[in-house]
Design a protein around this ligand. Structure first.
Ligand code: CMP
Length: 138
């Protein structure tokens, strides 16, 4: 059964000109792009998106970074999309990411790690609905 997940190409990846190369890796892995848009987000929007992390020490740094430049918001679909995207992304800290993963290839640090992907079905549903209206999902 096809499953949907949500992803963000983060400001570091977009700033470095790596968006197209990362999208190519995503396509190569068999994901269909259901929705895609490039935009800058406010710190308040980033805080709402990452509210589950609001008590974490890095919350301020994370939301300042995510609102520091344009990002690419994606809804992706394939069988086992959530787990498969997390595998393709690699470990949160690129220092621990396996060869061939997006974070190994394109990320510099745990705070500037190129890509976000939903970690569970409920998270994916919240994250897709946070950024996309139903009519944008094609
Ligand atoms: P992401 O998958 O977008 O979800 C939460 C983000 O918090 C995570 O990726 C990291 O980029 C970031 N993060 C996690 N741990 C740390 C940390 N110790 N310092 C800074 N950022 C972090």
């Amino acid at each position: 059964m096809p499953q949907r997940t949500f992803s963000i190409l983060k400001p570091d990846a977009v700033r470095a000109g790596n968006s197209a190369a990362i999208l190519a890796e995503i396509a190569k892995a068999g994901f269909k792009i259901v929705a895609i848009k490039k935009q800058s987000i406010s710190k308040t929007q980033a805080e709402g998106f990452y509210y589950v992390h609001k008590e974490r020490s890095f919350f301020g740094e994370l939301t300042t970074f995510m609102s520091s430049g344009p990002i690419i918001l994606l809804v992706l679909e394939k069988d086992n999309a959530i787990a498969d995207l997390r595998k393709l992304m690699g470990a949160t800290n690129p220092a621990n990411a396996e060869e061939g993963t997006i974070r190994k290839m394109f990320a510099a640090s745990i705070s500037e790690n190129a890509i976000h992907g939903s970690d569970a079905e409920e998270t994916a549903a919240f994250e897709i609905g946070y950024w996309f209206a139903g009519y944008e999902l094609l």
